[in-house]
Design a protein around this ligand. Sequence first.
Ligand code: MIC
Ligand code: SF4
Length: 644
Amino acid sequence: MGYTIAQKIIKNHLVSGEMKVGNDIGIRIDQTLTQDATGTMAYLEFEAMGIKRVKTEKSVAYIDHNTLQTGFENADDHRFIQSVCKKHGIYFSRPGNGICHQVHLERFGIPTKTLIGSDSHTPTAGGLGMLAMGAGGLDVAVAMGGGAYFITMPKIVNIELTGKLNDNVSAKDIILEVLRIMSVKGGVGKIIEYSGDAIKTLSVPQRATITNMGAELGATTSIFPSDENTREFLKAQGREQDFMPISPDDDAVYDEHIKIDLSTLTPLAACPHSPDNVKKISDLEGMKINQVSIGSCTNSSYADMMKVAHILKGKTVHPDVSLSIAPGSKQVLNMLAQNGALSDIIDAGARILESACGPCIGMGQAPNSKGVSLRTFNRNFLGRSGTKDGEIYLVSPETAAVSAICGVLTDPTKHADGYEVKIPEHFLINDNMVIEPASVEEMDSINVLRGPNIKEFPETAPLQSDIKSTCSLKVGDNITTDHIMPAGAKILPLRSNIPAISEYCFTVCDSSFPSRAKSLESNIIVGGSNYGQGSSREHAALAPLYLKVKAVIVKSFARIHRANLINAGILPLEFVDENDYNNINLGDELDILNVRDKIKNGKEITVINKTTGKEIKTKCELTQRSRDIILAGGLLKYTMEKGE
Ligand code: MIC
Ligand code: SF4
C-alpha cells in the first residue's frame, strides 16, 4: 500500500508511535515559528527549560500581531523576544517585515520538512508541501529544545480539484467551498491533502490561501504536493536549492474523498459569525457595506494585491466605505511600491496599513456599530473585529475590491474584467529585516531584556486526588478561543501578564466570569461541541488555570485547545452521553473523586453533581505521555522533571 504526502513526511520524521489512525505519534520538528502575541510566553517557557540554544534546523520569531504599541507593553515584549532570539539561536523578523505566515512562505518554508508554530494558521506553509501545524507555545518551546511534537495520527482526506477557476473566482472561494462542505468541525482529527488536475493551475500563494484557512475546518493541517509550481515559486524567491518534490504514491489510500470542479465555483462569502456559514455572493448582492479590509495571512500575497490594485486603478472608494489594505510582507509592499501599483491603491483612496495582522486581530479598524465589514481574512467570530454587533463577511480580494468601489456587496465576475497575475520571475529579495542570532561564542554575553509587564508563567500543581468544585460557567457549541480569551487592541498588550489578561477571560460570554471564578476555591467550566476552536493561543488555557479552573467538561474539543489544556494541567473531560450536558447547571457543586488514580489507570471518570444528586459519566482519552503531563501538573513541570 502506498503513502499519501502527509504520511510520507510523517514517516520520515517519526520518533515514536506507529503511524496508524488514532495512535499517538511523536514527530521530529525541523522548523518552528512564533509570533509576538504567543511568543513572549513561548520564550519564557523555553527559558524555564534551561536549554541554551535551539536544536531545530531553523527557528524564526516574527513580530506582527501587537504592532500598535498603545503603551510600553508591546514594545517591551518585542525587545524581550529580540534579545532572547539573539541569545538562543533564533532568527528575528522585525516589526514591519510582515505577517509570519506570509514571510515564512516567502523566505523560510521548505517542502517535505516539518514546521510547528505558535499560531493556528501555521498550515499556510502546507502550500509549499511542508507538514506545518499550529501548536501551543509550550509545545513550540519543547520542539525548539529538540523534543518531538505529539499528535494523534490523523485520518487523511483527499480533496481532488478538477477544472479551472473562472475569471475573478479565486483560491479563497475554493476554501470557502470546502468550509461549506465540511463545516468548522469537519476537519477535526484529519489532514486535508489536495490533488487533481487543477492543482497545476494554482500557484504556491493560492495554495497557501487554501491551506491557511484549513485551520477553520479544525484540521490538523492541509497540504499540497510540491511540484514544478513550487520550484518556480522558490526559484523566484532565490531559493531553488530548497526545492524538493513530493507527491502521493499512485496507490495511496485516503480515508475520505471529496471532489470539487473549480469551473463550477462562483464567488462566495462566509457570513456572520462563522467561517462555515457560506453563501453565494450572487444571493447576497446589493447589501450595503460600511467597511472593507484587505490583507491578513490568508490573502495578502503579491498576486492578491496586484489584482486589488488592478480593480481599484482609476476608481474611487465609495463615499460610505472605509477601505484599508495591509500587504502581507515588506517584500509585497515594496514590489507594489516599485511597480506603481501602490500608487493606484493610494489614489483610489485606500488606507494603507503596515504589513501586519492589524484589523484581523482587532488591532484597529473596528467597524461602526452594526457595521457591515467585508474582509479577506479567515475568521469572523463574534466580537473579534472589536465591534460586538459588527457583521463580518469573509470574501476574496476580488469581491472585496469591487465592492469597496460600488458601496454594496458586488459579484466580481459581473463587474471586473479578468486579470491574471503570474508569479514574477524574481521577487524582490532583501532579508535586511531578519536579524541573525549570535554565534555560539557570543551568545553567553547577550543580556535578555525584560519589561515590567512580563510576568512569570502561572503556578501549576500535580493533579489532586479529589476535585471538589463549582460549575462557574456553562457555554454552548463551537466556543472559540476568541470567546475564552479575547484579543484586540486593549487586551493584546497583556499577553505576557497572565494575572492581568485573566480579567478578560470569557467576558464576551459573561462579564462576571473572572470575578466569580476567583471567588471560588476552584471551578469547572461546561461546554458543548468543538469547544476551543480557532486560535492556538495558550492564554485560553493559562487564564483559566490562573482562575483556578480544574476541569473543562464538554461534548467535544478542538485539537490545539485540548492539547493546551493538558499542557496547562487542566483536565479535559468529555461527556460519555452528550445529553448529560443538560444535567449540569451554573452554580452546581461537582465532585470528581479519586481522579488522580482514575487518570493514572485510564478509568472512566464520574462527576457527581451534588446539587442534583446525578452521576455523570465522562471520559478523558489520554496517551501515556499526556497522562503523565496531567499528573505532573502540566507540560512545563513534566519536561523539567523528565529533563527532556
Ligand atoms: C488568530 O488568528 O486568532 C491569532 C491571533 O493569530 C492566533 C494566535 C494568538 O492568539 O496569538 C492563532 O490563530 O493562533
Ligand atoms: Fe495574524 Fe489574522 Fe493571520 Fe492570525 S489570522 S496570524 S491574526 S493575520
